[in-house]
Design a binder for this molecule. Sequence first.
Ligand code: NAD
Length: 278
Amino acid sequence: MALKNFEGAVAVITGGASGIGLATTQLLHARGAHVVLADINQQGLQRAEEQLRLSNSEATGNISSIPTDVTNEQQVQALMRKATEIHGRINLVVTSAGVGNGGPIDLFTSAQMQTMMNINFMGTYHCVQAALPTMRQQQSGHFVLLSSVAGKLGAPLLTGYCASKWAVRGFSIALRAELHGTGIGVTTVYPAWVETPMIHQEEDAMQLLNVQALLTADQVAAEILQAVTEDRRDLTLAPNHDIAIILQIMKEDPDKAEQLSGEAFRQGMAKIAAQQRG
Ligand SMILES: NC(=O)c1ccc[n+]([C@@H]2O[C@H](COP(=O)([O-])OP(=O)(O)OC[C@H]3O[C@@H](n4cnc5c(N)ncnc54)[C@H](O)[C@@H]3O)[C@@H](O)[C@H]2O)c1
């Protein structure tokens, strides 16, 4: 059964200190949910909590924040245990903890690749595994798993990020099938570029990728809550003609999509090289 109303619901949000996680937390709290924020960034968590208390002063839901590294299975187990101890249930888990860096595959180290997979994919898996016992007991609950449009296509310079987001996609599709009929839902979110600190982390790489924010975190948060109430399997947010077209071609003719993407990349590189030559 889809979660239709967030009043009194208990939501655990990873990556809750920033960007999409923070915006989703704010909206959930404004709609009456009890929110449990988890993030590796302790100062960010404190700031987020203060911001929530100020901006949602009328809201009735509790706010807790629990510093958590999602790559650490024990910490994630402790997070979900704590949320269950405090509130007696978990209605919603949003896995928004993530990192997004890129670069040429020749220079993308094994350590970078491992970190990417550990945070973006293993972190998601840890959260699902740790929250499932509570949800199974309730025979209800909902997971919102953040993938990306990069989980539906292949982007040059984003091999690691794409791999981690395709992993989230495959995991969530199998999970939704496995949980069919249990009362536990799964929504996977595939946004294009969103205006958050993530897209400003590595200005050089982002310039190479020609990143242009197309969505705000508040827009994504509103879409997420709507998708949860409708128990949607797939929330793809690509309000840009080129991305929408490439996603469509990827479905119909992946060879062509890869070729177009590769050609656009080579042309972009040639343009940058020409500019640098003056
Ligand atoms: N911003 C975009 O353009 C975009 C597009 C598509 C998908 N996404 C995905 O949305 C999610 C949220 O991204 P965002 O844009 O809000 O980024 P963000 O950088 O604003 O927030 C990510 C949060 O995750 C936290 N985090 C990082 N590693 C962690 C760890 N090991 N344990 C716990 N927390 C950790 C960070 O401290 C940060 O607060 C990510 O999974 C990202 O890949 C983002």
